[in-house]
Design a protein around this ligand. Structure first.
Ligand code: SF4
Length: 380
């Protein structure tokens, strides 16, 4: 099996822009650990005997857990599913949790990759986003992680923040390059319905997000990182040679993955499944031996649309030969004809039977992809 995702649904505080499932209370922490271990037992047959290639602790904030708990979860996963040699085991961590003792303990576990939620190296942006850390902690987190032997590091950055002008965005990129992290994930600030940010903007308390500025900062990002030997291997992800995220890449290449924990998603090649986004209900249901999940069997058209959406975002592109082999000639011909306007408009090109976005096209990736979608009249 490609990967196991373990969702830790707790955070110190709720960042204003966040729409991930997480709670700013750790009330049920002990029960969640028990439930995660139990859910792995319940999901035993999911992988059909295939060993794990990757494990990813996401959230929420997995760094709120002590390393011994993380190792206990890894050990259980290995005992149940098995694991390949040199598997990638990533843990998301926030700078405010990072200290020498915690990192030295984490080094004793099998975690071999850290993903740090830096977002910005400036206090103004971090305060605006309502992050729990400050700029000094952001820099220190990277250095401390490296000092403790975590060189397989990724950092998250956000652009398009109203407090972040182009000059400071350039400085954020310069700092990230200078820190020699091999992987950077950078996201445009999006205002998700129901978040505090959405409410504040609607009430006029916060300035709205400027899409033109976000597009400009994305272009600055692409130019600066590619000039500095980073490979732009997915719309929001850049890495130095060989340091791409194996876990996330498996999502984009349509491999099987299992998600454990409240709100976690799974995909087995045929169906998508997602656990309930409620900690109390999750714990109760798992305790009763029932996985609290909804399931959707994907139609051929849905699988095709999903392949277009995910593959087009990557440097490897949308493979026309693969489309013909998996979905048939009709789907291949449809794709070829629908991509034509984007090729004429220089948003995409075809190379070795693969549709690849140009830098201009990366600004409109979702639109270029949706132009190739097929409407599925069988789903309501
Ligand atoms: S730390 Fe991450 S998961 Fe937690 S509230 Fe902030 S953005 Fe959301």
């Amino acid at each position: 099996m490609a990967g196991l995702y373990i969702h830790i649904p707790f955070c110190r505080q709720k960042c204003h822009y966040c729409n991930f499932f997480s709670l700013a209370s750790r009330k049920n922490q002990q029960q969640i650990i028990v439930s995660l271990l139990q859910e792995m037992e319940l999901q035993k047959s999911f992988a059909g005997g295939e060993a794990l290639k990757t494990i990813y602790f996401g959230g929420g904030t997995p760094s709120l857990f002590q390393p011994e708990i993380i190792e206990k979860l890894i050990e259980k996963a290995i005992g149940i599913f098995g694991i390949e040699n040199n598997a990638e085991i990533t843990l998301e961590a926030n700078p405010d949790d990072i200290n020498h003792f915690w990192l030295s303990e984490l080094r004793k576990t099998r975690v071999n990759r850290l993903s740090l939620g830096i977002q910005s190296f400036f206090d103004e942006d971090l305060t605006w986003l309502y992050r729990a850390h400050n700029a000094t902690e952001a820099i220190n987190a990277v250095k401390l992680a490296q000092d403790n032997g975590f060189h397989n590091l990724s950092i998250d950055l956000i652009y398009g923040i109203p407090t972040l002008n182009d000059e400071r965005w350039n400085e954020n990129i310069t700092k990230a390059i200078a820190l020699e992290v091999p992987h950077i994930s950078a996201y445009a600030l999006t205002v998700e319905p129901g978040t505090a940010l959405d409410l504040f903007i609607r009430k006029g308390k916060y300035q709205a997000v400027d899409d033109e500025k976000a597009a400009r900062q994305f272009t600055i990002l692409m130019d600066r990182l590619t000039e500095n030997k980073f490979i732009h291997y997915e719309i929001s992800n850049f890495c130095t040679e060989g340091n791409y995220s194996r876990h996330n890449t498996s999502y984009w290449s349509g491999e099987k993955y299992l998600g454990i924990g409240p709100s976690a998603h799974s995909y087995n090649g045929i169906a998508r499944q997602w656990n309930v986004s409620n900690v109390g209900e999750y714990i109760k249901s798992i305790g009763a031996g029932i996985i609290p999940a909804e399931k959707e069997i994907l139609t051929k058209i849905q699988r095709f649309n999903e392949y277009i959406m995910t593959s087009l975002r990557t440097v490897w592109g949308t493979d026309l030969e693969k489309i013909e082999a998996i979905f048939g000639k009709e789907f291949h011909d449809h794709t070829l004809s629908e991509i034509n306007p984007s090729i004429v408009g220089k948003l995409a090109l075809i190379e070795n039977h693969k549709i690849i976005l140009t830098n201009a096209g990366k600004l409109f990736a979702d639109r270029v992809a949706s132009d190739m979608f097929i409407e599925d009249i069988t789903v309501g």
